[in-house]
Each structure stands twice: as structure tokens, then as C-alpha cells.
Design a protein around this ligand. Structure first.
Ligand SMILES: [Cu+2]
Length: 119
């Protein structure tokens, strides 16, 4: 199992824990318990730099699919969607652009915090 698969599995596990916790809650007031209180999400954020080519931007501008190179200590090369920390980031790129981007990773929560086109 590569590192990315592990992260996906972790994310799935977190989602399952969250859903199960919501199901087991009897009071409506307790259904919006922050994820951080249900599972251990580290406080520390790690920022990774990535390079790749934009494949598509989702219509809601909440994520971008990138065919990315290997990201050292994080994941192998692949094509995958990345959530955007800010939808304004989507306006700076378009499909087929070569890009450099920065990812913040807080446990299984990964998102693009910066992106720019490169030559
Ligand atoms: Cu990836």
C-alpha cells in the first residue's frame, strides 16, 4: 500500500468514525461535534511542494484535479483531486497549465494553499 492509499484509507476511517458518531447521537444538539473532538487530528500542519499539470477544475471551484509528480515524503506521482483552501485559487489556473503548488496536510486533511503556473 503506498503512502497515498494509506492517507485515503485514513480519511475514509475518519469519515466512518464521524458518521457512526453522528448516528449514535441521541440529541440533535450534539450532531455538530467538530471532527477534531471525535478523532485525533494533529495540531501540526506540514506543507509540501508539488509540481504537475491541471486536468480540470470542478464547477464549484472547490477542488482541482492535478496530474502531479512524486511529492517527496508524501505521495507518488498520480492524477487526483485536491480541495482548495480558497476558491479564488481556481481563478489563477486553467486546464493543461503546468503548475507549482503548495499543499497543507494536517493529518488526513489535505488542501492546496497556493498554486501558480510555471513554464
Ligand atoms: Cu496524489
Amino acid at each position: 500500500m503506498d503512502n497515498h492509499s494509506l492517507k485515503r484509507l485514513l480519511f475514509t476511517a475518519v469519515t466512518v468514525v464521524f458518521v457512526c458518531a453522528a448516528c449514535g447521537t441521541s440529541s440533535k444538539e450534539e450532531t455538530n461535534v467538530p471532527l477534531e473532538e471525535l478523532v485525533s487530528i494533529p495540531d501540526s500542519v506540514v506543507v509540501y511542494e508539488g509540481f504537475g499539470v491541471v486536468r480540470s477544475i470542478n464547477p464549484g471551484r472547490t477542488s482541482i484535479v492535478i496530474r502531479h509528480d512524486r511529492i517527496d515524503d508524501f505521495m507518488s506521482a498520480m492524477t487526483m483531486p485536491f480541495p482548495l483552501a480558497d476558491s479564488n485559487l481556481a481563478s489563477t489556473v486553467q486546464p493543461d497549465d503546468s503548475v507549482r503548488f503548495e499543499l497543507s496536510a494536517r493529518g488526513p486533511i489535505v488542501e492546496i494553499i497556493a498554486i501558480e503556473t510555471i513554464e
